[in-house]
Ligand binder design. Structure first.
Ligand code: AMP
Ligand code: ZN
Length: 115
């Protein structure tokens, strides 16, 4: 997708803080983090929502989520985490290229994830 911001990041045309990469996914720090370490996991291929992404990528995506989350915990940036995916505009999806938010949580952080 020519104009998609996440496709541009995958192609290296605009900068991002990449914290993870495997064959089919990248992990980048969110440009407007809810907390330090707020990470997005993004497939390298363009799919609009989770409904468009083939199931065959599911295991690899889960593996990426687990590696990123475990590192956040090991680095002391998280004690737990929320995994959030906004699908379709009505659910708050702003970037129409499927992605999951990994949001680090700590005791007493007061974050309201869906508010
Ligand atoms: P949503 O589609 O609602 O999941 O929101 C898109 C998320 O992508 C927001 O949290 C933005 O802060 C984040 N975002 C948008 N553009 C960039 C970018 N160029 N680099 C990193 N994160 C971005
Ligand atoms: Zn895209």
């Amino acid at each position: 997708m020519e104009d998609c911001i996440f496709c541009k990041i995958v192609r290296g045309e605009i900068p991002a803080e990449k914290v993870y990469e495997d064959d089919n996914f990248i992990g980048i720090l969110d440009a407007n983090p809810k907390v330090e370490g707020h990470t997005l996991i993004i497939p390298k291929k363009h799919f609009k929502t989770l409904l468009d992404m083939p199931n065959s990528l599911g295991n690899e995506m889960t593996e990426g989520v687990k590696k990123i989350s475990l590192k956040l915990i090991e680095d002391g940036k998280a004690e737990g985490f929320n995994l959030v995916a906004n699908n379709f505009e009505v659910a708050g999806q702003i970037v129409p290229h499927v992605h999951f938010h990994i949001i680090p949580r700590k005791k007493g952080d007061g974050l309201k994830i869906l508010a």
